[in-house]
Design a protein around this ligand. Sequence first.
Ligand SMILES: Nc1ncnc2c1ncn2[C@@H]1O[C@H](COP(=O)(O)OP(=O)(O)OP(=O)(O)O)[C@@H](O)[C@H]1O
Ligand SMILES: [Mg+2]
Length: 263
Amino acid sequence: MSSETPVLDEVSAVRARGLSKSYELGELASLKRTLRSITRLGRAQPPVERFHALRDVSFDIARGEAFTILGHNGSGKTTMMSILAAITPPSDGWLDVRGRVVPVLSVGSSFHPDLTGEENAVLFGTILGLDGDEIAEAMPGIAEFAEMDADHMETPVKRFSEGMKARLTFATALRFPADVYIFDEVLTFADDHFKATCVDEMRRLVREGRTVIFVSHELDLVRDICTRGLWLDRGEVRLLGEIEEVAGEYAAARARHERAIAT
Ligand SMILES: Nc1ncnc2c1ncn2[C@@H]1O[C@H](COP(=O)(O)OP(=O)(O)OP(=O)(O)O)[C@@H](O)[C@H]1O
Ligand SMILES: [Mg+2]
């Protein structure tokens, strides 16, 4: 291990150093290259353009902390959350996340439509690495949190309304035991009552010493839940620190941007 490689200490849940992510632009570029190479026809290939979604991002998150990532559309928040959840690897940099991670990056997209609510909950728990006892123990709490009776839990998810899918998504995520919980823009469609319930649950997780990473364009909600944050601007760190400072500066920049568009 090099001296530059940080090691997770007792209080850290996440340590990220110099994380970058770049994509090759143009989905069809590789297909076009392949077709040309088959016949050896065509003009010289244009150089491949790379787009940097994240550039040299470093931050720490302590255990038991509620942390946010702020930024305009396309600033790299979901990319960073996907790296934290080990869904996509960074192109460069170093990351250590301590313990089990529950990622909630979209509502219902991980559900299998033909499986029932209960079967989907078992599937999600299994993917997270929980054993049968842990899943069985969590199941009554999942149905209760989702406000679903036994009939609903035994119904295929393809017959669920969007609201029911959202409830089951949160219920499975919040009721399975983990160390780091990741929420990306998933409370947008929740009604006020359910939103308040989820916020209470996130606070409970933090009180229990678990780590919550919460991303939303609703700044009031972010301020309500999080104590520290990172502002990403076109994939680069603009500010890192206490939530009041980061959210305040970000809100001011957003207001300036909106005024500039209006004039
Ligand atoms: N698979 C991909 N291939 C190419 N570019 C991508 C890919 N995924 C994301 N990007 C680009 O990376 C940039 C960051 O996207 P990302 O989804 O992380 O932004 P975001 O901050 O979550 O935005 P939003 O607020 O709209 O959710 C965008 O310009 C996006 O187009
Ligand atoms: Mg996003």
